[in-house]
Design a protein around this ligand. Structure first.
Ligand code: GDP
Length: 176
């Protein structure tokens, strides 16, 4: 039994290049909303969720957005500190955002715990005709680097809850 005071709290980061859809992925998961405008604010932003993991435990999750800091390569240490898992997001219609994934992964390995659970997320799966990154290529990279892989759309909601639930479940199994 866990109540609000004693429930496990996990910190999950959502990283990746600007405009890949991080903010919309978070808001889709935490409030099922989608914003068509680009945000212009910079600062620390996070959402909250309560998730029941596969062993039945209810856990609380704090989901941290880079909140624009990634534009200036000035992500603060506090962002990475104490993180249990991360989603590294790229845009399947922009090859450059996939090419930057190794940079985001090494940032994580440098600043966060070594055993952090990482999910690679190919977002904007609704824009299939503009695809620049093949699913197989992304999957192969994920396998080679011990990452989970999923393709999502924050626009139509495809695989958004799966992306978070699989990450949180894997992390919980590893840490409990
Ligand atoms: P961030 O900078 O990574 O936080 O990206 P945002 O969440 O601000 O999204 C950047 C832009 O991409 C916005 O114009 C969103 O409306 C759009 N966007 C985000 N996710 C998707 C998606 O899954 N599909 C489509 N078609 N557009 C998306």
């Amino acid at each position: 039994m866990s109540d609000d005071e004693s429930a496990t709290m996990y910190k999950v980061l959502v990283t990746g290049d600007s405009s890949v859809g991080k903010t919309n992925i978070i808001s889709r998961f935490t409030s099922n909303e989608f914003a068509l405008e680009n945000k212009a604010t910079i600062g620390v932003e996070f959402g909250h969720a309560e998730v029941t993991v596969s062993d039945g435990t209810e856990v609380k999750v704090q989901i941290w957005d880079t909140a624009g800091q990634e534009r200036f390569r000035a992500i603060t240490r506090g962002y990475y500190r104490g993180a249990h898992a991360a989603l590294i997001v790229f845009d399947i219609t922009k090859a450059a955002t996939f090419k930057n994934v190794p940079k985001w992964l090494s940032e994580l390995h440098e600043h966060a715990d070594k055993d952090i659970t990482v999910m690679l997320v190919g977002n904007k799966s609704d824009l299939k005709t503009n695809r620049e990154v093949a699913t197989e290529e992304a999957k192969k990279y994920a396998q080679q680097n011990s990452l989970l892989y999923i393709e999502t759309s924050a626009l139509d909601g495809e695989n958004i809850s799966e992306a978070f639930n699989t990450t949180i479940d894997t992390m919980h199994k590893k840490l409990k």
